[in-house]
Design a protein around this ligand. Structure first.
Ligand code: PHE
Ligand code: FE
Length: 291
């Protein structure tokens, strides 16, 4: 990750909080075209797979289908719903900067968009992942509160408990790759890393390969994750109210407990797990999932 001084060379106007002006007018036709292609692909696969809360957010925000959204205008719509805004950043930002934005209900979105020949591969989150993947859920009041609480919790984990690894796993298995029970025995997607990826949207809901395990806070915080392939296990929440209730309590004692005891690998299934579907682990993917 680049430092502020390095970023000043390419983004002289960058602020201390790593934000830049989006300068929406500088995106070209090819960049808007990539957004439209990605949007159209997801519009085909998400109905019936993404959760109702995500799909309502997409609709309520009138998220642009034809090109990269103007973040100030999008933020004005989002702010009316939950008080969140979306700010532009060159790319990944340091943990403490990221947490500070979340704690103040600002979501940092990468400025760039992937190239047309890289639709399914990303090394760093781009504006499609950050905006299409994350912003619709920020229109949901409970999820909006969860994200703010996560930002505040991130500061504590970083400065007081040195437990960032544990807390980052919670983000990974909920915000990025979370599933929610659909009520009819199936699951739906709310995780941003899934909703912004065509192949993983189908895989996460339909593939017999991954484990789908009932959400348990301590279990999740002990579980490593893979960043280079589809997930071997997903964790399934029952509701956003439950997720919030489970996490909106003081983690101090939990962090102490986590400092000892086991760490689990991504594909592990434990005797104590509430297994929704047990994976077959037959997936041998050639390509990597875009975030
Ligand atoms: N409750 C956590 C703490 O005490 C903060 C937090 C809230 C983390 C919600 C994630 C989600 O630090
Ligand atoms: Fe993300």
């Amino acid at each position: 990750m680049a430092t502020l001084d390095q970023l000043r060379l390419t983004h002289p106007e960058i602020r201390d909080d790593f934000t830049i002006d989006q300068h929406w007018e500088t995106y070209g036709a090819a960049e808007h075209g990539v957004w439209k292609t990605l949007y159209d692909r997801q519009a085909k696969v998400l109905p019936g797979r993404a959760c109702d809360e995500y799909l309502s957010g997409l609709a309520d925000l009138k998220l642009e289908a034809d090109g990269i959204p103007h973040l100030e205008r999008l933020s004005d719509r989002l702010e009316k719903l939950t008080g969140w805004r979306v700010v532009s950043v060159p790319g990944l930002v340091p943990d403490e900067v990221f947490f500070d934005h979340l704690a103040h209900r600002r979501f940092p979105a990468g400025h760039f968009i992937r190239r047309a020949d890289q639709l399914d591969y990303l090394e760093e989150p781009d504006i499609f992942h950050d905006v299409f993947g994350h912003v619709p859920m920020l229109a949901h009041p409970v999820f909006a509160d969860y994200m703010e609480a996560y930002g505040k919790g991130g500061m504590r984990a970083l400065n007081e408990f040195h437990a960032l690894k544990n807390l980052a796993r919670l983000y990974w298995y909920t915000v990025e790759f979370g599933l929610i029970a659909s009520g009819d025995g199936g699951v739906r997607i709310y995780g941003s890393g899934i909703v912004s990826s065509r192949t993983e949207s189908i895989y996460a809901v339909e593939s017999p390969s991954p484990n789908r395990i009932g959400f348990d806070l301590e279990r999740v915080m002990r579980t490593e994750y893979r960043i280079d392939d589809f997930q071997e296990s997903y964790f399934v929440i029952r509701s956003f109210d439950e997720l919030f209730a489970e996490t909106y309590k003081d983690f101090a004692a939990l962090y102490c407990k986590l400092a000892g005891g086991a760490t689990y690998r991504p594909g592990d299934v434990l005797a104590t797990d509430h297994v929704v579907t047990r994976g077959t682990h037959t997936y041998v993917g050639g390509s990597h999932a875009a975030e």
